[in-house]
Design a binder for this molecule. Structure first.
Ligand code: NAI
Length: 251
């Protein structure tokens, strides 16, 4: 069975938006959470067009405890407590480690790791109270598992390594409640994040053609298909797992 109600953080763009639309097109009630309120509003409008008539946009900064609590309360009011949650919002800030500003390190960890904790805590609290099980999916990265030379990627890698460890541990804690916790590991996926630092998309595509076994970047809808499976009962015996969707990059 597909999840009845799905909340997605980082739903205003890229992978989160694709998951929101995929869930909407399968008949779920959906909530688009994003710090970029106008992007969330546009994503919710697209979800309504895709088949979720009461899709709602909710402003949410996942790095803020108060904002996450307020957002989940707003979701509950609008579409009901979610039966499945995609803790996906993330940012990437790269730079030489020996010159890396502590404030940037803290920001990356605050959004990517603390944000996952705050989102999952709010989701789990509500799922435990409802007593009907549920599914939580977090977005990790190949950076959690393999180094990326020359990319100045340490802060991002550390945050995603934390997400992966968090998922394994949380899965064990909530298995007795029938609540599954898994991670998706997208490879290089064609979203705004890839070019956020001013990188040239054509060069990234050309690099993917030679470095990725499947010879190209991933599409958000391809990652969304993997996430939807994890959010749904189709994956009912899967918890504490990482579903790698990377074109063979880490094979
Ligand atoms: P994106 O930049 O297209 O979307 C990220 C969304 O998160 C944006 O809508 C942004 O406004 C939102 N966001 C940022 N900070 C937030 C905050 N504090 N609170 C709430 N929302 C916030 O990027 P993409 O690629 O869709 O990224 C989604 C997730 O996938 C991230 O966790 C990213 O680290 C991860 N990822 C992406 C890969 C890629 O190649 N695109 C590869 C591996 C992982």
């Amino acid at each position: 069975m597909w999840p009845e109600t799905v909340a997605v953080t980082g739903a205003g763009s890229g992978i989160g938006r694709a998951v929101l639309l995929a869930a909407a097109s399968r008949g779920a009630r959906v909530a688009a959470l994003d710090v970029d309120e106008s992007a969330a509003t546009a994503a919710a409008a697209a979800a309504r067009a895709a088949g979720a008539p009461d899709a709602v946009a909710v402003a949410c900064d996942v790095s803020s405890e108060a904002s996450v609590a307020t957002a989940f309360a707003a979701v509950a009011d609008a579409v009901g407590d979610p039966s499945a949650v995609f803790a996906n919002a993330g940012i990437e800030v790269n730079g030489s480690l020996h010159e890396f500003p502590a404030a940037d390190w803290e920001r990356v960890v605050a959004v990517n790791l603390v944000g996952v904790f705050l989102t999952c805590r709010e989701a789990l609290r509500r799922l435990v109270a409802a007593g009907r099980g549920g599914s939580v999916v977090c977005t990790s990265s190949p950076a959690a598992f393999v180094g990326h030379s020359g990319g100045g990627n340490s802060a991002y890698a550390a945050s995603k390594g934390g997400v992966s460890a968090f998922v394994r541990s949380a899965a064990l804690d909530y298995a007795p409640h029938g609540i599954r916790v898994n991670a998706v590991v997208p490879g290089a996926t064609e979203t705004a994040m890839l070019t956020a630092g001013g990188a040239d998309l054509d060069r990234i595509r050309a690099a993917a053609a030679t470095q990725v076994p499947l010879g190209r970047l991933g599409r958000p809808d391809e990652v969304a298909a993997a996430v939807l499976w994890l959010l749904s009962d189709e994956s009912s015996y899967v918890t504490g797992s990482h579903l790698v969707c990377d074109g063979g990059l880490m094979a």
